[in-house]
Design a protein around this ligand. Sequence first.
Ligand code: NDP
Length: 293
Amino acid sequence: MPAQRLDGKACANAVETELHERIEVLTNAGVQPHLAVIIVGDDPASHVYVNSKIETCARLGIRSTHIALPAHCEEKVVRQHILNLNAQDDLHGILVQSPLPNHMDEEALTDLISPTKDVDGFHPQNLGRLVQGRTDGLLPCTPSAVMRLLKWAGVDLKGKRAVVLGRSRIVGMPAALLLAAKGADATVTVVHSRTKDIANVCREADVLVAAVGQTELVKPAWVKPGAVVVDVGINRVDDDARERGWRLAGDVHPSVADTAGWLTPVPGGVGPMTIAMLMENTVFAAESSHPKR
Ligand code: NDP
């Protein structure tokens, strides 16, 4: 039987419905959630992501400020924008779109964002809270998208074997921490490029999260029959016969659908949910900044 589709768009719609109510409460109290997005350079994919974020803000009634800077601008210009946004009382979330040009220090810039406005959840204070097992703050959007999709599908993680492919600061490691956190209670293995016998490690997983950035790396033989497979990967492949000449592919081969119990599509899986979690973080930051309202 083919895997059930773990539909990120449908799950994101459910999140947006909840957010509408919270935004209405805030707006009635005189607070409009407000997100600022800084993008540097002209990477087309990054501009598409930023535009989707801005469009989602507009749909939900979240105010947005879009700051687009040229690729050659100096790091100090970005730094000054962050400091100005930190000081702006009517602004609740700041996001610096990744990747930044090579001459900029992405982590140093993230460190400058006020932790209470860090809606990407990458500030050391917010990641540190996650390491401590405190999952009630601003969490990184893609890992929390994975968790919300699993919850939405009714997947009980308690005592299950979870394998996370990838150990990045923004996806793999925080996803592993969330899966292992109290309340989720999975037993987690993290796989990376130095892991031996990856296929066998993956085959033990009840829940497999692939975040490696390698087109269709995960094959059906890597997947336990009936496993839940979450494909975080977004890879551009230039082999499409259709007019535009390229397609988006995940880190999981589509034929895994014949083995898995649940599988997220690419596109339409973790991607839309990541934006939904960014919106949720922005609303949370706005609520936290006005606790008495
Ligand atoms: P990184 O390149 O930062 O990390 C990739 C990780 O995968 C590394 O830990 C690396 O290991 C590991 N890895 C790479 N190749 C292999 C391999 N052959 N076998 C085992 N492990 C391997 O990527 P990100 O975490 O930033 O992103 C991962 C994917 O998720 C990308 O496709 C990205 O586009 C996508 N993404 C999707 C988002 C969404 O909204 N859906 C948001 C963010 C990312 P090592 O550490 O040893 O180098």
